[in-house]
Design a protein around this ligand. Sequence first.
Ligand code: SF4
Ligand code: SF4
Length: 290
Amino acid sequence: MRRPSTRESDGPCGNEDVQAAEESTLCQVSDHVSCGACCGLYNVPFASRNTLVQVLKARTRQFETTPRTVDAIFEFKRQVETREGKERPMPDFHHCPFLGLMGPEHTTVGCLLHPQASGNHGLDFRSVSYYGGMTCHIYFCPSTRLLPQRYKQIVRSVLDDWYLYGLIVTETKLLQAFFEELEDRMNRPLYAEDFTTHRACREALKFLFLLRVSWPFRAPDNHRVANYFFNDHLYARPPLLSPSKGQSISRYRLILQELETDPISNHTLRQAELYLDDRFKLVQDALETA
Ligand code: SF4
Ligand code: SF4
């Protein structure tokens, strides 16, 4: 729900604003990297990058010619929902029809109603949204609060496209587990400089993050792309159960669960562990030779 690149300008610059500005740095990163996950961006039946770009582009173009009146904005919403349908993989996770593309070349996702968005002339229209202006303004996802600052800085610095960024940045437990595993292997804390100064390290870490969209050990009928990270745990990931009694799941248990691994057999789980080992080893090797 955070669209502003200058959120601190929304209020007097007290401590709270400084803290909020720091947290909001996960929401807007660069000309190509931003996030709309808490606005339900990925909670659509076909959440591939290409499909989302087409949908968001059409909304953005339509909104360019929409008068900034309450009636016209509601009509915009009605038309978007009629055109796109309202089927959602997670029915109670709101997908906001006011998500669009930002910037002169439409290279990031963002809120069409935000005061900084094109054509709004500094006026905030988020009060007409499902959540209302206040919630849109103050909500921050768990990663903004719970991830150590150095992990947040690494995630911000290695990714160069909003699609994967928005999917990985809300994966608080997965990111924590990824970085802890890497730090264990390196026997030291990791910082953004480890990746910004070495392309091979950056690429290897991106390859690890890509598991979020290409994990081959999910159930074949699991097409859910969105992550539901809200406090009510309405669509929590199911716990990863050992496939047979007496078999323990490795130290990767948390990662396997967060990647929604389908534990059809012990053999598959062992393969999944080896797969993870390989990806971690690539990052480790890159860091060690940097
Ligand atoms: S109006 Fe919609 S897109 Fe904008 S911040 Fe709120 S939920 Fe997100
Ligand atoms: S999910 Fe988190 S990082 Fe993404 S826009 Fe919302 S608050 Fe920002």
